[in-house]
Ligand binder design. Structure first.
Ligand code: ZN
Length: 73
């Protein structure tokens, strides 16, 4: 019985390591160099802080605001 529990724990740890690996992949996502909203260059700081970002902070918040308005929130 103890062996079964050990196996379950090992599997859980394996799942966690996969989740961490996936998170790392996302973290390494390539950020766009230019905003897809306004075409302005995205500051390096933002590209590093928000991996995989495609918009500058201004357009992103603008897009989120529009999304909220569309959903009637
Ligand atoms: Zn922009």
């Amino acid at each position: 019985m103890a062996e079964l529990i050990d196996e379950a724990n090992e599997r859980a740890e394996f799942n966690i390591s996969i989740a961490i690996a996936n998170a790392r992949i996302n973290h390494d996502a390539v950020s766009a160099t230019h905003c897809k909203g306004c075409g302005e260059p995205i500051p390096e700081k933002r590209r590093v802080a928000v991996p995989g970002c495609t918009m500058c902070a201004y357009c992103k918040s603008d897009a989120e605001l529009k999304l909220k308005q569309e959903r009637g929130l």
